[in-house]
Unconditional design. Structure first.
Length: 158
């Protein structure tokens, strides 16, 4: 009787067996694992982080690539203490291993605009409410000046 019950359980368990991850899910996990390894190297070596960031920018389609290149230059000019790295495949800039600001191309999520954003490690506090992300359809000289000022403020110590 035990053999019969065991067989019934085995059959039921097989019918409900786990099908596993999709190919896209496995690829995303593999990419994130590689990125985490690259981030660990970037935390130790600023040049490795910048290399990964520049590769991510080079892989972007236009006009995201041009905006990301300009933002990279702005951040390097106004906040050279930040370490370039990638963060979920996006160009990002960190202090003490924590992302301060990042660029997300419009193509990333098929959005109608790119985003330049700041995490809570950015020193942008102004009253009880302040913006932490900005939509970008293009970069004008005025936009670049504003981003430069925001990045500079974000890394200030108080």
């Amino acid at each position: 009787m035990k053999d019969t019950q065991k067989s019934a359980r085995s059959t039921t368990a097989t019918a409900r067996s786990y099908q596993g991850f999709t190919d896209d899910e496995r690829a995303a996990m593999k990419a994130r694992a590689q990125e985490l390894k690259a981030e660990a190297r970037a935390d130790k070596d600023k040049a490795a982080g910048e290399s990964a960031l520049l590769a991510a920018i080079a892989a972007m389609p236009e006009p995201d690539r041009a905006m990301a290149e300009r933002i990279h230059a702005i951040v390097k000019t106004h906040a050279s203490a930040l370490s370039p790295k990638t963060w979920y495949g996006m160009p990002a800039y960190a202090r003490d291993g924590k992302v301060v600001c990042f660029f997300q191309g419009a193509h990333k999520f098929n959005a109608r605009y790119a985003t330049f954003g700041f995490n809570d490690t950015a020193n942008l506090d102004e009253g009880s409410m302040w913006p932490t992300a900005f939509a970008l359809k293009e970069l004008t000289a005025a936009d670049e000046a504003r981003i430069g000022a925001l990045v500079k403020k974000a890394v200030s110590r108080g």
